[in-house]
Design a protein around this ligand. Structure first.
Ligand code: ADP
Length: 166
């Protein structure tokens, strides 16, 4: 059984994330989406809200593909989380050179912690590559249209949260 872990904050899930999820699903039997709790980062959406949005997004994918998708919140070391969920592989998305430097270091250190877990990098379709959750939130906050970056459900959730901050 090929199991991969795709970790992130997903605050909120974007079309870029969804494209990486779809591509990763084509390579494994089970994809575990690891949702980092990340209290320090001060996420806009609670863990429960982020998990629900991911599940809603992935429901359509699960209908189309054979891969099992599991959403798994985690707060421990990524490499330990991979072991907990039985993943042999960690999937990361690569956008621009800026992502590379951080990822390069992460792979190196994670390999020193556990060399049985391999990290693979996927690139989203060109039209989704520039998308980052952080910028989506900023655009929404300033009244911009985010419909090219997230699903209609996530867009609604963003508008609602920005109108009624919790
Ligand atoms: P962000 O960096 O947008 O806040 P996350 O921390 O949730 O998102 O990212 C989780 C993973 O998804 C990371 O490996 C990140 O590089 C990848 N990712 C996010 N957006 C994209 C995108 N548009 N294209 C490719 N990979 C992406």
């Amino acid at each position: 059984m090929r199991v991969a872990l795709y970790p992130g904050t997903f605050d909120p899930i974007t079309l870029g994330h969804a494209d990486i999820i779809r591509r990763a699903c084509l390579m494994v039997d089970r994809l575990v989406i690891g949702v980092a709790i990340n209290r320090d980062k001060g996420p806009l959406f609670s863990l429960e809200e982020r998990v629900t949005m991911i599940k809603t997004d992935c429901a359509k994918l699960t209908e189309q593909l054979d891969t099992e998708i599991v959403v798994h919140p985690f707060e421990n070391l990524l490499i330990d989380c991979a072991q907990d969920v039985g993943a042999q592989t960690i999937v990361r998305g690569l956008r621009a050179v800026a992502d590379f430097e951080y990822e390069y270091q992460m792979v190196g250190m994670n390999r020193m912690l556990n060399e049985d877990v391999e990290t693979v990098f996927l690139m989203a379709d060109a039209k989704y590559q520039p998308i980052a959750s952080k910028l989506v939130k900023e655009i929404a906050r300033l009244g911009g249209d985010v419909s090219k970056f997230v699903t209609p459900e996530v867009r609604r959730a963003l508008l609602e949260r920005l109108q009624h901050p919790s």
